[in-house]
Ligand binder design. Structure first.
Ligand SMILES: *Cc1c(COP(=O)(O)O)cnc(C)c1O
Length: 222
């Protein structure tokens, strides 16, 4: 199937319950161009430099989502144009995003990445860490950021019950935060689900699925 058909198929499955972020990491600009010509405008990248290069090469009406780990010293490169940062995992990073967003006269939408998988290697905050961040005094002063939701990656396993359980944990935590009174926080997005588990994620309340290989085919690396 073509890229156009894959996107159409997935969007039909999502039934407007969740929006599709097409994960284009490692794919050349020509591949993104094909998706663009099919009418698609929402791309996810996991590396800053790659995202900047693609941003510069492609039309400017694309919504760019940073889905991978973000280092503080690289925020400045994406602050002028990034639509949503899915991977915020510290107050220090948030402070830098706020600073760089301010320089660009922008308010940047962010998600807190929550650790839900069994694997040790994945980034993310624990629930108490995330709650502490959301309740911190510093956050109230960050006028150039808005925390619009949470992101999580399930364990990479064929065990559907395990994956569903992890998504449900994230959803439950998300629901428990909704009453937090703070003008920086407007929780409405739950970024969960990838090629192997996006249907399950939508059943568990995902509003943004991050799908790469199911659209573009397998990646050679990363
Ligand atoms: C690569 C990646 C995806 C997409 O993975 P696929 O299995 O190819 O759909 C989703 N989220 C993050 C954070 C990724 O790094």
């Amino acid at each position: 199937m073509s890229i156009r058909e894959n996107i159409a198929h997935i969007e039909q499955q999502l039934q407007s319950k969740a929006r599709l972020v097409a994960v284009t990491k490692t794919k050349p600009v020509e591949v993104l161009q094909q998706a663009y010509e099919a009418g698609f405008r929402r791309f996810g990248e996991n590396k800053v430099q790659e995202m900047v290069e693609k941003y510069e090469a492609l039309p400017k009406d694309i919504e760019w989502h940073l889905i991978g780990h973000l280092q503080t010293n690289k925020v400045k490169y994406i602050a002028p144009f990034v639509a949503l940062i899915h991977s915020v995992d510290s107050l220090k990073l948030l402070a830098e995003i706020n600073k760089q967003a301010g320089k660009n006269n922008r308010v940047i939408d962010c998600l807190l990445q929550i650790h839900i998988a069994e694997e040790e290697t994945k980034f993310g905050l624990s629930e108490p860490e995330a709650r502490a961040l959301l309740e911190s005094e510093e956050l109230i002063q960050m006028h150039h950021i808005r925390i619009v939701g949470l992101m999580g990656m399930a364990t990479n396993t064929d065990d559907q019950a395990q994956v569903r359980k992890e998504f449900r944990v994230l959803r439950t935590f998300f629901d428990s935060l909704k009453s937090l009174p703070n003008e920086r926080i407007q929780l409405r997005e739950l970024s969960m689900g990838m090629s192997g588990d996006y249907l399950l994620a939508v059943e568990e309340g995902s509003t943004l699925v991050r799908v790469g290989s199911a659209i573009f085919g397998a990646r050679l690396y990363a």
